[in-house]
Design a binder for this molecule. Structure first.
Ligand code: ZN
Length: 304
């Protein structure tokens, strides 16, 4: 069994073929070349692989062994292509000759956090704040996928702080456009008339007391905290995890998020705090490796 993630942002807007090539390239990097393909790779994906312990018996030993099944996690900016995930899983199974389980990258990343809960029937609210705002929801020990696999897209919840701002999904006023990294830098640009090159520039200016920078960061963090607090009331999670690159810009963001989160909680949940992830950069690959145990497998040739 192995886990493969395309990592980063899979450029689904360039078409399904590019998503497939990103995934196949990730599999190839795992040391298990897809059968019968001459994929050239492409896109802006990175990949990582964690090998499991289960290997099929009776196969010749190779320098790099062949896994018995593969879990695939793909990063995507939007939910649209995920409706076609079954076709991606079936295609990958055919082209690799392996059973494949497929899920999005944030659910894969949240998987080890769910496994780590003291209660195997526990509930988890996981947010990933980076170039977008993604998430994963697990209730009573089970990861939610929902209709069209869309469950967990926290960035597209309404946020008063984002009122009137256009979202990548086509609606307006969604959390992602004020709380994500690009959302914070865009807010800073609206406040100052100058566009910073990156989020870390805004963070550095906030650290020396520039009020526009402080406002852009705290507004985004507050928006995220309010939405997560409301979701906590709705779901009753045992643990709330906030991962992704944005919380790492500094204590200002994390503190504002935690304050806004706490202010939303109903009395039974008071004391619940947003926490950083338990695992580092390999969490998505760890989670992808575990997917074949929890998701239906696409098997080679099954769709023909
Ligand atoms: Zn949206």
């Amino acid at each position: 069994m192995s886990g493969v993630t395309t990592g980063g942002v899979t450029p689904e807007y360039r078409g399904e073929g590019v998503v497939m090539r990103c995934s196949l390239r990730a599999v190839r990097r795992s040391g298990d070349p897809p059968r019968g393909t001459r994929s050239s790779g492409g896109g802006r994906s990175a990949s990582g692989v964690r090998r499991g312990r289960t290997w099929p018996r009776g196969r010749p030993r190779r320098t790099r062994r062949r896994p018995s099944s593969s879990g695939c996690g793909t990063g995507s900016r939007s939910a649209g292509w995920w409706r076609r995930a079954p076709a991606l899983g079936a295609g990958l199974a055919d082209r690799t000759g392996l059973p494949v389980a497929c899920d999005n990258d944030v659910r894969a990343t949240a998987g080890p956090e769910l496994t780590a809960l003291a209660d195997s029937r526990g509930s988890l609210l996981y947010a990933a704040v980076g170039t977008g705002v993604g998430g994963a929801l697990a209730v009573d020990g089970r990861m939610l996928h929902g209709a069209a696999g869309i469950a967990g897209h926290l960035g597209h919840l309404p946020s008063p702080e984002a009122a009137g701002l256009p979202c990548t999904c086509g609606a307006t006023g969604h959390l992602e456009v004020i709380a994500s990294g690009p959302g914070i830098t865009a807010h800073y640009a609206r406040l100052t008339g100058t566009r910073p090159d990156r989020l870390e520039t805004v963070a550095a200016r906030a650290a020396v007391g520039e009020q526009a920078a402080v406002r852009a960061i705290t507004t985004g963090a507050t928006a995220a905290g309010r939405v997560l607090g409301g979701l906590a009331n709705a779901l009753g999670p045992d643990r709330v995890v906030v991962g992704g690159g944005v919380p790492r810009i500094g204590a200002l963001y994390r503190s504002a998020l935690a304050t806004a989160f706490a202010a939303e909680l109903m009395p039974p949940l008071r004391g619940l705090l947003p926490e950083p992830p338990l695992h580092g950069g390999d969490a998505a690959v760890r989670g992808a490796a575990a997917l074949p145990a929890t998701l239906p497998l696409h098997r080679p040739g099954a769709h023909r």
